[in-house]
Design a protein around this ligand. Structure first.
Ligand SMILES: CC(C)(COP(=O)(O)OP(=O)(O)OC[C@H]1O[C@@H](n2cnc3c(N)ncnc32)[C@H](O)[C@@H]1OP(=O)(O)O)[C@@H](O)C(=O)NCCC(=O)NCCS
Length: 267
C-alpha cells in the first residue's frame, strides 16, 4: 500500500466518500456539490491524501485542512486539521481495525503538516461507535487537549503551539409568530451534510406557507465564526440530530409536531 496526493483518477472515490461500488440515485444527485467544494478548497490550501493498494485501487483517504480555513468543531492557528479520514466504508461499518491504512494516511498528513504547520489536530469521539474514534488517534500518539461530552480534540504538536479551542454553539432562535422556523447549518465538505440539506429543503417545501427555512453554509468562514456550528438542524429552536442524514419521513414528522405545538399555543 502507498499514499499519494489526490489526482483526477481518484476524484470520484473521494467525492463519494469511498461509496463507488454502492449505487444510490439520491447520493449521485448531490455528489457534484462535494466535488465543487473539493476543487475550490484545493485552490485555497486543502490537500487530500489517498491510500492505494498493490493493484492501484483506492482504499482510503484523508483531508488535510489548514485550521484557518474553517475546521470542523474547533478554531485555532498554525495547525493542520483532518475533518475527514476514512478507509472504504464496508470495513468501517464492520468495525474492522488493523489494516495499517489509517496509520499510513495520518503519517502522510503529518509529513504534509510539518512543512508549514506546528502540529495536527482532529476532532474525535469517545463513544461506542465507529466514527472518528479517539482511541485510534491516541494509539498514534495524539493527546487530548479539550473535551465537550463525547467530542474530544486530539493534538500532535511538532513544536510549541496553542491548542485549538472547541467550538461552542452561538445559535439562538429568532422566532416568527405563527410560523415554524427551520435553521439548517450544513457544510459542503461533508456528503452526509449535503444530503441532509437536500432532504430538509424538500421537507420544508411541503409547507410553503407555514415553514421558514434559513440555510447557513458553514464553509463560509464568517458564518462558521459567528455561530461556531458546522452541521446542525433546529426546528423552532429545538436541536434535531439523527447522526446520519435526517430521514425524509422523520423530518416531516418533526415539522408536523412543531406545527401542532404552534397551533395549540394559538388556541
Ligand atoms: C480510523 C480508521 C482509518 C482506522 O483503520 P485501521 O484499519 O484500524 O487503521 P490502522 O491499522 O492503521 O490503525 C492503527 C492502529 O489503531 C488501532 N485502531 C484503529 N481504530 C481503533 C479503535 N476504534 N479503537 C482502538 N484501536 C483502534 C488499529 O487496530 C491499529 O492498531 P495496531 O497498530 O496495534 O495494529 C478506520 O477505522 C476508519 O476509517 N474509521 C472511520 C473514520 C471516520 O469516522 N470517517 C468519517 C469521517 S467524516
Amino acid at each position: 500500500m502507498q499514499v499519494v496526493d489526490l489526482t483526477d483518477k481518484y476524484f470520484h472515490f473521494v467525492s463519494l466518500c469511498t461509496h463507488i461500488d454502492d449505487p444510490n440515485e439520491e447520493r449521485d444527485s448531490i455528489v457534484s456539490i462535494r466535488e465543487s467544494w473539493l476543487r475550490e478548497a484545493m485552490t485555497k490550501g486543502l490537500t487530500v491524501k489517498v491510500a492505494i493498494d498493490e493493484q492501484g485501487n483506492p482504499v482510503g483517504f484523508a483531508h488535510c485542512l489548514p485550521i484557518e480555513l474553517g475546521a470542523w468543531g474547533m478554531s485555532g492557528k498554525d495547525l493542520m486539521t483532518v475533518p475527514c479520514l476514512t478507509r472504504c466504508y464496508k470495513h468501517v461499518y464492520n468495525c474492522e481495525h488493523g489494516s495499517g491504512i489509517g496509520k499510513a494516511l495520518m503519517e502522510a498528513v503529518e509529513t504534509e503538516a510539518k512543512s508549514n504547520k506546528k502540529g495536527v489536530a482532529v476532532l474525535a469521539y469517545d463513544q461506542d461507535f465507529w466514527f472518528m474514534h479517539y482511541r485510534f488517534f491516541k494509539k498514534l500518539g495524539y493527546k487530548e487537549v479539550a473535551r465537550q461530552g463525547h467530542a474530544v480534540i486530539m493534538l500532535k504538536a511538532f513544536e510549541r503551539v496553542d491548542p485549538p479551542v472547541m467550538h461552542r454553539s452561538k445559535y439562538a432562535l429568532r422566532p416568527v409568530p405563527g410560523k415554524i422556523v427551520v435553521d439548517a447549518f450544513w457544510n459542503p465538505m461533508c456528503l452526509t451534510s449535503v444530503l441532509e440539506m437536500k432532504r430538509v429543503r424538500e421537507a420544508c417545501a411541503q409547507y410553503p406557507d407555514k415553514v421558514i427555512l434559513n440555510e447557513y453554509n458553514t464553509w463560509n468562514k464568517d458564518i462558521l465564526d459567528k455561530y461556531e456550528i458546522n452541521r446542525a438542524l433546529f426546528i423552532n429552536g429545538e436541536y434535531k440530530c439523527w447522526g446520519y442524514a435526517a430521514p425524509q419521513d422523520e423530518l416531516k414528522e418533526e415539522i408536523d409536531k412543531a406545527l401542532e405545538k404552534v397551533t395549540q399555543q394559538e388556541v
